[in-house]
Design a protein. Structure first.
Length: 230
């Protein structure tokens, strides 16, 4: 009987290691490399939306075949998933349970940077997206309008609408006379409007906030009862 208990414990422990390994390899979680040199390395600030309580308690219904982690913090410099790229990904999960049903976080918060080139590629070849300063975004591309190829420079502010990253132009410059630009602007507005869904993250995370940085859009996403590994 004692050997059977030990055997069951070993099987459970091996299963937990396997689950965590799959989570690290398949999804996009990777612990950052330790800093060179001696001394303690300060822990990075967690993403907005998930705090670390000092005395978390496991759920009352935790089964014998489940493992509970009060909180998990994982970082990755670059994440490639679903054909998209994210940079400087910082993740904090609370009340994480691993068991036969997979790996589930009761609360999950993610901060990640969406590079400008990822968004530009969705708009079309040759499009450039970059910061315009003061929290604004600039979109530069060539469009076909009224039988002509026109260089367009559009500037707007980023916002979150229904969980999507949206940049709607506030000004559009076609490089011609003002009356001509005003007439054609309505035609090309949709071609320089950004509507972007952040991809490559676990299902159920919802975009909460976006800020413009020099290297891309800094996004904060949150969700509850997020399944990390099936």
């Amino acid at each position: 009987m004692e050997w059977r208990r030990v055997k069951d414990w070993l099987i459970g422990a091996m299963g937990m290691v396997l689950v965590l390994g799959v989570m690290a390899a398949i999804l996009w979680f990777a612990v950052g490399d330790p800093a060179a040199g001696g001394g303690a390395v300060p822990a990075p600030a967690p993403p907005a939306g998930v705090d670390r309580p000092p005395a978390a308690q496991p759920p009352a219904g935790l089964r014998d075949d489940e493992v509970w982690l009060a909180d998990v913090a994982l970082d990755a410099g670059t994440v490639v998933a679903a054909g998209s790229i994210l940079r400087d990904v910082r993740t904090v999960g609370r009340d994480v349970v691993a068991g036969p049903d997979g790996l589930v976080a009761a609360q999950l918060a993610v901060d990640a940077t969406v590079p400008f080139e990822v968004v530009a590629n969705k708009l079309g070849d040759g499009t450039v997206v970059r910061s315009a300063g003061d929290g604004q975004v600039m979109v530069i591309r060539t469009v076909n309008a009224l039988g002509r190829e026109l260089p367009v420079t559009a500037t707007g502010t980023v916002e979150v609408v229904a969980g999507r990253l949206i940049v709607e132009p506030r000004s559009i410059d076609l490089g011609g006379p003002d009356f001509l630009s005003d007439a054609i602007a309505a035609v090309v507005r949709g071609l320089v409007t950004i509507e972007h869904d952040i991809e490559g993250l676990p299902e159920g995370l919802v975009l909460q906030d976006v800020a413009v940085q020099d290297d891309g859009f800094r996004a904060n996403l949150r969700g509850e009862y997020i399944k990390l590994v099936p």
